[in-house]
Design a protein around this ligand. Structure first.
Ligand SMILES: CC(C)(COP(=O)(O)OP(=O)(O)OC[C@H]1O[C@@H](n2cnc3c(N)ncnc32)[C@H](O)[C@@H]1OP(=O)(O)O)[C@@H](O)C(=O)NCCC(=O)NCCS
Length: 119
């Protein structure tokens, strides 16, 4: 799923991820056109306010800049026992929007095969 907001100069891509029996969304990549940067456009895409429009959504993972995504409540995915297929360490982060949506034992988060094509 690609979400684009032309007026905000932002495009971000969500793709489904699974861990154990749970399904969530992977956010990445996200890009804001230079002329629109530092105006809150990225925050509108990655922040809870934007994500919570998807009321069915339990959790989101992201491969990105920890300093940036930490602003929105993302924490190291390893805190939840989550691993990834890309060898990312602190850049792999998770945000649990609904408590209990992530499996208590964690596990390997698998992206859809198509994700590798845009990485
Ligand atoms: C990263 C990006 C999406 C941020 O979008 P944005 O709309 O400019 O960001 P916002 O307006 O929401 O936030 C701006 C704040 O984030 C900070 N910030 C921007 N990029 C950052 C980064 N890579 N790491 C840490 N902080 C960052 C800015 O310094 C600014 O800080 P301030 O509020 O203290 O002044 C945008 O800069 C971009 O497209 N960069 C190139 C592509 C990229 O790196 N994408 C991320 C990979 S998933």
């Amino acid at each position: 799923m690609i979400a684009a907001d032309a007026s905000a100069g932002r495009t971000h891509l969500f793709s489904p991820v699974t861990v154990a029996q749970a399904t969530g969304l992977g956010l990445a990549p996200m890009a804001v056109l230079p002329a629109h940067q530092n105006k809150g456009s990225g925050a509108a895409g990655a922040g809870r306010a934007g994500l919570l429009h998807a009321t069915w959504l339990g959790f989101v993972v992201v491969l990105g800049e920890p300093e940036y995504y930490g602003r929105f409540g993302f924490v190291r995915a390893s805190n939840y026992g989550l691993d990834n297929e890309y060898g990312a360490d602190e850049a792999f982060m998770a945000l649990e929007l609904k408590a209990g949506s992530l499996p208590p034992a964690g596990g390997l988060v698998r992206y859809a095969p198509e994700f590798a094509l845009v990485g």
